[in-house]
Ligand binder design. Structure first.
Ligand code: ZN
Length: 160
C-alpha cells in the first residue's frame, strides 16, 4: 500500500483511535451526519465516532467518521463519494491503516434518497426511489428515474 496517512495531532485529540474498523476521513464540513444516515450506521447499531469541524490542511475544515468493527463494502464506500468526493476511506486493523478503499462515484443509487419533487409518484406509490448520478465539474447531481427531474445533491434528503 503506497499511501498510508498518519493522523495529525488535532485528529488524535478530537476523536479516539479505533482498534479495528473503517475510518472515513476528509469529509466536507457538514456532511458527516448525512453519511451516517446514508449508510444507516445508527440503525445497524454500529459503534461510531464522528468528528466535525476538524482542522484539515486540504479542506480547511472537515468531518470524519470512525466505525468500529465494521469494514465498508465497496458499494457503501462508493455511496460516500456522493457527499464526500475526496474522502479517504481506510481500513484499520490493530490500530494501523492496512488498506485504503478506492472509490468512484456510483452511476445510480436506489432507495436511500427521497425525491424532493412533492408531485413525484415515489411519494404516493410503494416504489423504491432510484436516482441516476452525474458529475459536472464539482457539482454532483441526481436525476429521479420516475419524475426525471434533476437535483443538486444538497437538495436530496436521505431517508432516516
Ligand atoms: Zn421524482
Amino acid at each position: 500500500m503506497s499511501e498510508t496517512r498518519t493522523m495529525n495531532s488535532s485528529d488524535k485529540l478530537s476523536v479516539t483511535a479505533i482498534k479495528n474498523g473503517t475510518v472515513i476521513d476528509h469529509i466536507p464540513q457538514g456532511q458527516a451526519l448525512r453519511i451516517v444516515h446514508l449508510l444507516s450506521l445508527l440503525k445497524r447499531k454500529f459503534k461510531i465516532m464522528t468528528g466535525m469541524n476538524l482542522v484539515s490542511k486540504r479542506l480547511g475544515t472537515k468531518d470524519l467518521i470512525k466505525i468500529e468493527n465494521y469494514i465498508l463494502t465497496e458499494s457503501e464506500a462508493n455511496e460516500v463519494v456522493i457527499f464526500a468526493p475526496v474522502a479517504t476511506i481506510n481500513i484499520i486493523e490493530n490500530f494501523k491503516v492496512t488498506k485504503k478503499i478506492n472509490t468512484h462515484l456510483p452511476p445510480s443509487i436506489k432507495s436511500v434518497f427521497i425525491c424532493p419533487n412533492l408531485a413525484c409518484i415515489t411519494h404516493d406509490e410503494a416504489v423504491e426511489s432510484n436516482f441516476d448520478i452525474s458529475e459536472e465539474g464539482k457539482q454532483i447531481t441526481l436525476t429521479c428515474h420516475y419524475c426525471e427531474k434533476t437535483f443538486n445533491r444538497d437538495q436530496v434528503k436521505v431517508k432516516i
